[in-house]
Design a protein around this ligand. Structure first.
Ligand SMILES: [Zn+2]
Length: 342
């Protein structure tokens, strides 16, 4: 009895990691989280489906500026299979600028689906799911001494959400992590990863993102996260996605049979009365700069004009041929591109 009481008392302290504590593996059982962790039934939960037609543009949202991401002052990183995700610890030298406070990096981890299923991301964009999503977790180091102190405070955490899509090209940056997945197949296994430029895991454009107040996506679901979900996705290869979906187990080496570590994403939660903000004007084409848009518009205009002129000449030429056959005299005024048939 004493141990039961002790465990119940310690549970909230054990579950200190962000997005890491999957009491119920996979999407099944998520509906029961709130009965054990009341915050999971709160009104500001994550993830969400970002409906762009309801998003509000906020011109004051500055670009996210990762500091020391490119040159982390650290010994090698440590990659861990914690049974719920694969997590890489980040050095405290890495932090974010451009947010309401200074947020220091703690760790990054991934969410993904399973073979043959298109989903795996936690956030959705206009109902669209993506095969995977990476989260880079930070805590408010201006106000709190560490993540344990910050994790349940309304302004405690900031997480970057990067939606991953699959394509033909291998993403070299993600290989810095994926090449070591085979070394952390079972829960509890760790491997040392040489330090690399973590900025390369993020999308090129850090000025276009969605921002809202939400929660951890795993129990205890504290509503303490300032979310930044980038509009631009990052592509990994089909082979890399396949490796992520197949390489890991949620069970340790002792357990038989081993249970694949898949579908570690939470279903989208109700937005309720929250507002999702965008750092860019709504309706803008984020993938193109203003110059590129002007070039495209002029290209289309000239292309259309060219097609019209070509069609005009062809039609007129056919008409002239017909009339020439009938013995009519033809005067062609080519300098002004008009044809007169006499
Ligand atoms: Zn997460």
């Amino acid at each position: 009895m004493f141990f039961l009481v002790l465990i119940l008392f310690l549970l909230p302290f054990i579950a200190v990691n962000v997005c890491l504590f999957y009491l119920f593996p996979g999407p099944h059982g998520q509906e029961h989280w709130a009965s054990v962790y009341p915050n999971c039934g709160g009104t500001a939960q994550s993830p969400i489906n970002i409906e762009t037609r309801h998003v509000k543009y906020d011109s004051l949202l500055r670009p996210v500026e990762p500091e020391k991401y490119g040159n982390p002052e650290s010994d090698p990183f440590t990659l861990l299979n914690n049974g719920h995700t694969v997590e890489m610890a980040l050095p405290i030298s890495m932090w974010l600028q451009g947010l309401p406070a200074r947020y220091t990096a703690v760790q990054l981890h991934l969410h993904w689906g399973s073979e043959g299923y298109p989903g795996g991301s936690e956030h959705l964009l206009d109902g669209e799911v993506f095969p995977a999503e990476m989260h880079v977790v930070h805590y408010n180091s201006e106000k709190y001494s560490n993540i344990s102190a910050a994790k349940d405070k309304p302004d405690g955490l900031a997480v970057l959400g990067i939606l991953l899509e699959a394509g033909d090209t291998v993403n070299a940056a993600y290989e810095h992590i994926f090449r070591y997945l085979g070394n952390v197949k079972y829960a509890g296994e760790k491997v040392v990863v040489p330090p690399f430029d973590v900025r390369t895991l993020l999308p090129p454009r850090l000025d276009h993102y969605y921002r809202y107040n939400g929660s951890l996506t795993t129990p205890p679901c504290y509503q303490s996260v300032l979310w930044t979900v980038f509009k631009q996705q990052v592509q990994i290869s089909w082979t890399q996605l396949d490796k992520l979906q197949r390489a890991l187990f949620s069970t340790d080496t002792e357990k038989y049979p081993a249970i694949p570590l898949v579908d570690n994403f939470r279903a989208p939660q109700p937005l309720n009365h929250r507002t999702v903000y965008a750092s860019f004007p709504l309706g803008s084409t984020s993938a193109y700069s203003t110059g590129e848009i002007i070039a495209i518009v002029f290209g289309l205009l000239f292309g259309t004009f060219g097609l019209i002129m070509a069609s005009f000449f062809i039609v007129r030429r056919l008409q002239l041929k017909k009339k020439k056959k009938k013995g009519q005299k033809i005067i062609v005024c080519t300098c002004c591109l008009y044809f007169f048939v006499v």
